[in-house]
Design a protein around this ligand. Structure first.
Ligand SMILES: Nc1nc2c(ncn2[C@@H]2O[C@H](COP(=O)(O)OP(=O)(O)OP(=O)(O)O)[C@@H](O)[C@H]2O)c(=O)[nH]1
Length: 395
């Protein structure tokens, strides 16, 4: 299959909005570099100018730093909005919240120790993610910590509803005033959902949540996306054999900081021990990603809560080691860059899809491609060429 892929954005000039992109057609192995000029009127972001003292932004910022849950919920809805004006307001709010968090971190003993501990959680269906979040969340709120749970579920854009939206999955935690549970946004691509999640994390941090748990159902590349937005990435697996573990994507173990074998209770204890041993040996073969932490494997039961306090201690040793060594700060800096590129990719995709010729041809070309009347590569070329030609003409 031929694909025209946007492989890199070479150069971006903020003043004239000139973007140099490189395109590679995988079928013909050709590559071309084009300079595209985006006028302010074409970019929904640039078109909107929101005053620094915008009323909505001010109200939400104040409410957020005053730890008002209703303002946090409204602020997350704002960042999820695709309305150009709301998008622009969201960017100003985020900038203010980021500044506030930086200031807070500077005044604390260890830089960023006053920020949220961002934990990613992934695992195959039925691993016990909801039961685990309920057990760990309650354990933490009982210790006086504030916990936010965010879900990443890109499949909700195709199913129309959120798999993770059901509050009955965590009945106790959803009634806890020290916990905030936010289901996945009901629409968007993986890029859109993850960008929104990145921004929701920052808002939770601003609202003073000690722990932000980001859960993913593991659809598409969502686990990898989550691994890129958290401080610690945790893989939860059931004590099951080969077939049941096939839902675990290749490569995901390599990005895990902790592998947690759940359901280590009753008759399942021997199987849980065996899986723990298997994963412990597998992890030893992996390349070391940190100077201060080697990924660990542990067993818990979310049902009996056995091992939950020990797991939290392990998470805190990771947190402290990463923080004092400066690796945490470095990791977050790298994540900010990934986040920026996600924004750019989304915006360029939006521009492409809004282009009049592209818009008018998409349905017809998709139909022809599905019938096999033309190749996907040719269809992509037709759209890309018209887009690039038009952009070059507007130089
Ligand atoms: N024995 C035992 N069962 C557990 C444990 N944790 C979860 N379960 C059971 O495993 C099943 C699945 O648990 P969930 O928490 O719904 O799992 P999930 O990963 O959220 O599932 P999906 O929503 O399908 O992704 C339920 O029947 C739970 O009661 C545990 O620690 N021990």
């Amino acid at each position: 299959m031929a694909l025209v892929t946007l492989t890199s954005f070479r150069n971006i000039c903020n003043k004239c909005h000139n973007i140099q992109i490189q395109l590679i057609n995988s079928n013909y192995r050709t590559s071309l570099t084009r300079s595209i000029k985006f006028s302010a009127s074409e970019n929904p972001y640039l078109k909107q100018s929101i005053a620094e003292d915008d009323k909505t932004v001010n109200r939400l910022y104040k409410g957020l730093v005053d730890k008002k849950r209703s303002c946090l919920a409204e602020a997350i809805t704002l960042v999820e909005s695709s309305h150009p004006r709301k998008k622009a307001q969201a960017q100003i709010l985020l900038a203010q919240v980021l500044k506030y968090c930086q200031k807070k971190a500077k005044h604390s003993l260890h830089s960023s120790s006053s920020l949220s501990f961002r934990i990613g959680l992934s695992g195959p269906p039925g691993a016990g993610k909801s039961t685990f979040i309920e057990a760990m969340g309650k354990y933490l709120t009982d210790k006086g910590k504030k916990v936010a749970v965010l879900a990443v579920d890109p499949s909700s854009s195709t199913t129309g509803g959120s798999l993770l939206g059901d509050k009955t999955r965590m009945p106790q935690l959803s009634c806890d005033m020290n916990a905030y549970i936010r289901p996945s946004p009901a629409s968007g691509t993986l890029g859109g959902v993850t960008r929104n999640t990145n921004e929701a994390i920052v808002l939770c941090e601003g609202a003073g949540y000690d722990v932000v748990l980001v859960e993913t159902v593991g659809v598409g590349q969502s686990e990898f996306a989550v691994a890129h937005m958290v401080d610690l990435f945790c893989l939860l697996i059931p004590p099951a054999g080969g077939d049941e573990l096939q839902g675990i994507k290749k490569g995901i173990v390599e990005v895990a900081d902790l592998v947690v074998i759940n359901k280590s209770d009753g008759d399942l204890v021997p199987a849980a021990r065996r899986i723990q041993a298997e994963y412990t040996s597998a992890l030893k073969l992996l390349r070391k990603r940190s100077k201060v932490w080697s990924p660990k494997v542990t067993r818990i039961s979310s049902l009996t809560k056995e091992g939950v306090p020990e797991l939290w201690d392990m998470m805190m040793s990771y947190h402290d080691a990463m923080l004092t060594s400066g690796e945490m700060e470095h990791k977050r800096e790298k994540q900010h860059k990934i986040w920026m590129w996600n924004h750019i990719k989304e915006n360029i995709m939006d521009l492409f899809k809004q282009h009049p010729f592209v818009k008018s041809q998409i349905a017809d070309l998709e139909y022809k491609v599905s019938l096999g009347a033309i190749t996907p590569g040719l269809a992509a070329d037709i759209l890309m060429n018209a887009f690039i030609k038009d952009m070059n003409n507007s130089k």
